[in-house]
Design a binder for this molecule. Structure first.
Ligand code: AKB
Length: 328
């Protein structure tokens, strides 16, 4: 079997999720609908995802299910978006480990055995915890997460780097901040409040936020997330000194600032605060990250700021609300 040398046929696991669904559509636009296989496990795909290209059921913890799709579609690149996020991971930590780590090592093993071109698996700001500087968190610093999700993301980064060094597998990853988008709702994360606030502002003109008003976390708008992910996928491997762990910054704001930004468009909007268990998770994460390494090594350069994102989010959600399909 010859080693695959380019991106041609892509498998996106976890394609039904918030990022996976939009990433699949962006990749279908770029690489051709038939060349991007969307895979999900249990949650049904929406009509657009199902009807725009191939869809397969794949449980990433079952390596033979990955092998089967890789063989049938001659896959060269796996984008592993399957993951349990921080809040749900605290409820079922063993399952979080199973999906996030056994699922990832299965993708890496398939890449090694079938000599695939590349595996990309996102990491997260959840890799940090106690002892890391919380402002402008550097690329290289202490990784001591306090959640199972964070533990799996640190282990996942190390696994990717190990497969690069030990087996020559091209494995890449970026530390996503909270991702904000208007298409597919997020599920099970701590940063989900930054998406729900927009939906509720349109629907009810009020939102009860599950973290304190002074909570400040790194965030990013989906178009930047898609662009950054595809740019890293397409970067020349020989220019990369890092592999599975690129810091990726964009914007950073407190909930008070986010609510005030929405109020500029919807003056009657009111946000109230009832912090729950997710506050502790948010408090363990940085407020901003230093992404100079990603900028240097593969040209990372986000386009959106808070004003631009808020306008775009509210325009999109208002249009859907007016058509009676805010939630799809
Ligand atoms: C979460 O909140 O768990 C995720 C993340 C920051 O990785 N959105």
């Amino acid at each position: 079997m010859a080693k695959k040398t380019q991106i041609k046929n892509i498998l996106v696991t976890g394609s039904v999720g918030q990022i996976g669904s939009e990433l699949t559509m962006a990749l279908r636009d770029k690489y051709g609908a038939d060349n991007v296989v969307a895979a999900g496990n249990r949650t049904a795909p929406n009509e657009e995802l199902k009807n725009s290209g191939p869809f397969e059921w794949v449980d990433v913890t079952q390596i033979m299910q990955i092998v089967d799709v890789v063989r049938r579609y001659d896959i060269d690149t796996i984008i592993n978006m399957s993951a349990l996020l921080s809040a749900v991971g605290e409820r079922i930590p063993q399952k979080c480990w199973d999906v996030n780590i056994n699922g990832l090592i299965n993708c890496l093993e398939v890449a090694r055995l079938f000599e695939l071109y590349q595996v990309l698996c996102p990491s997260s700001i959840a890799v940090w915890g106690d002892y890391a500087p919380l402002d402008n968190t550097p690329q290289e610093t202490v990784l001591k997460p306090t959640t199972m999700y964070g533990v799996t993301k640190v282990a996942g980064e190390l696994l990717c780097d190990y497969y690069v060094r030990r087996f020559g597998v091209d494995a890449r990853g970026l530390r996503y901040p909270g991702i904000i988008s208007a298409e597919t709702l997020p599920g099970g994360g701590t940063t989900d409040y930054a998406v729900w606030i927009y939906y509720k502002a349109i629907e009810e003109k009020k939102y009860e936020c599950f973290v304190r008003e002074d909570t400040r976390l790194p965030m990013m708008y989906m178009p930047d997330c898609l662009k950054g992910t595809i740019d890293l996928m397409e970067a020349d491997f020989s220019t990369l000194k890092h592999h599975g762990d690129f810091n990726m910054g964009s914007m950073s704001f407190s909930v008070t600032e986010l609510a005030a930004n929405i109020k500029k468009h919807i003056p009657e909007f009111e946000c109230t605060y009832v912090p729950d268990a997710r506050q502790k998770i948010a408090d363990s994460w940085p407020s901003s990250v230093d992404d100079s390494v990603a900028r240097e090594e593969w040209g990372w350069n986000p386009a959106y700021d808070l004003d631009g994102m808020t306008k775009d989010m509210l325009d999109k959600l208002q249009k859907r609300h007016d058509e009676g399909k805010l939630y799809g």
